[in-house]
Ligand binder design. Structure first.
Ligand SMILES: Nc1ncnc2c1ncn2[C@@H]1O[C@H](COP(=O)(O)OP(=O)(O)OP(=O)(O)O)[C@@H](O)[C@H]1O
Length: 249
């Protein structure tokens, strides 16, 4: 079953076509990579999927339901989470507080600023469980700003996972990490997200990571889909190598 279907999406900025008829299907349970050189339109497509941008034309369906142009919070309630630098605005908070807040926000709960976040028992239990899953249980009382980048990225994932999403969007989850950290993160994402049964749509410039993690790959180039297939099919595609895989490294 397709969890997500993007159909013929166009988006332009002041006459510049960032997306020109992009279609994409993400099967439930799969890890789907969206790759392409800088400016290919990957982030724009994420923004259309999550409702941050309305497309000029085309449709987005989630579990068969049309969600084109829905506001972000409604899309999130359906089970679409994005983990792009989520933790950053919470730098001065403690790690556990940030995850509790992410859980409360997802549930649509209103919280009282003078009531400590510890008082929200259900959300706190969920947050603690998620922190354990991402291996940050020992950091619960640390400030977010004290975390090294690798752990901050795990926290980003925790803040997305605590909403129990059906579809998780990760925008360049490995950006800025060292080679060793990237390897650890790939292992971590593969194990954790498969175990959790999360469907993943991610962008990434690290070709090795993409080929290791993804079940299917869509290659975007200049706002169009250049190719779609399994890692083997994409690796074998001369057109793709010329446009991206061989070019940018
Ligand atoms: N708000 C905007 N206003 C004007 N142009 C934009 C806007 N957002 C994106 N663009 C342009 O649309 C094109 C696609 O950008 P997008 O960020 O989607 O690419 P990308 O594939 O995510 O690139 P990267 O790998 O560098 O993140 C780029 O040429 C970009 O300059």
């Amino acid at each position: 079953m397709d969890l997500l279907a993007v159909e013929g999406v166009y988006k332009s900025f002041q006459g510049f076509m960032a997306l020109s008829g992009v279609s994409l299907r993400v099967e439930a349970g799969s890890f789907h990579a969206l790759v392409g050189p800088n400016g290919a339109g990957k982030t724009t497509l994420f923004n259309v999927i999550t409702g941050r941008l309305a497309p000029d034309r085309g449709r987005v369906r989630f579990r068969g339901q049309e969600i084109t142009g829905w506001p972000t919070h409604r899309v999130a309630r359906l089970g679409v989470a994005i983990s792009f630098q989520r933790a950053q605005p919470f730098a001065s908070m403690e790690v556990l507080e940030a995850v509790v807040l992410a859980r409360l926000g997802y549930g649509g709960a209103t919280w009282n600023l003078v009531r400590p976040l510890w008082a929200y028992g259900g959300a706190r239990a969920k947050a603690e469980a998620v922190l354990a899953k991402v291996g940050l249980e020992g950091y619960a009382r640390r400030r977010v700003s004290e975390l090294p980048l690798g752990d901050l990225k795990r926290l980003d994932v925790a803040m997305a996972l605590v909403a129990e999403p059906r579809l998780l969007l990760l925008d360049e989850p490995l950006a800025g990490l060292s080679r060793a950290e990237r390897r650890r993160m790939v292992e971590f994402m593969g194990e954790l997200l498969r175990r959790e049964g999360v469907t993943l749509l991610f962008t990434e410039h690290d070709t090795d990571a993409v080929l290791t993690l993804a079940d299917r790959i869509t290659v975007l180039h200049q706002g169009r889909v250049l190719a779609e297939g399994t890692p083997e099919e994409i690796r074998a595609s001369k057109e793709v190598r010329a446009a991206f895989l061989g070019g940018e490294r």
